[in-house]
Design a protein around this ligand. Structure first.
Ligand SMILES: [Zn+2]
Length: 170
């Protein structure tokens, strides 16, 4: 797979380091890690600031992901298609592009079966700030402008998928 060499550049030769264990691991460990970091941040800071830090970390990851796994020469539609295929293929979640206004850089996405929503939230609340940042970082890298992402509905809050809006003014 072509991504293998990009893995080695951006993600420190995961396959080599992991040997026979390979590059996969259960979602359980991501959720455990994410939930532990979030819990630690919310004991130190307010919920809002903890979300901000998770979102900002997600932005770094999303930018690195887009730089490492997608082709710079791709047009916007091809980028969205390959981004979607990568997120599904690598097990992050099933991304649907609900709306894409490429002139005004306004988007709406949903992610079902995502890796992030791990905590049981109160009804109507959202919980995927890392994913907000991840999408933001990836979109900003590929569209060359700061694109912010806000989750407007979350599986953790009782919805059937996590839904996001994105844009330069979000
Ligand atoms: Zn969510």
């Amino acid at each position: 797979m072509e991504q293998t060499s990009k893995y080695a550049i951006g993600f420190a030769a995961i396959e080599e380091m992991r040997g026979e264990l390979g590059s996969e691991m259960p979602v359980l460990f991501f959720r455990m890690f994410e939930s532990a970091v979030r819990k630690r941040l919310t004991t130190e800071f307010s919920r809002g600031y903890a979300d901000y830090l998770m979102r900002d970390a997600g932005k770094i990851a999303g930018a690195l992901f887009a730089e490492s796994f997608t082709e710079e020469a791709e047009g916007p539609v091809e980028f969205l298609q390959s981004f979607r295929a990568l997120l599904k293929g690598l097990g992050y979640g099933v991304l649907r592009v609900e709306k894409a206004d490429l002139d005004r850089l306004k988007f709406a996405f949903s992610i079902s079966h995502g890796i992030e929503p791990s905590d049981t939230e109160e009804e109507g609340s959202t919980g995927c700030s890392f994913t907000e940042g991840f999408l933001s970082g990836a979109l900003s890298v590929r569209f060359g402008e700061e694109i912010n992402v806000k989750e407007i509905a979350c599986i953790a809050g009782g919805e059937t998928s996590c839904r996001y809006i994105a844009g330069t003014d979000v």
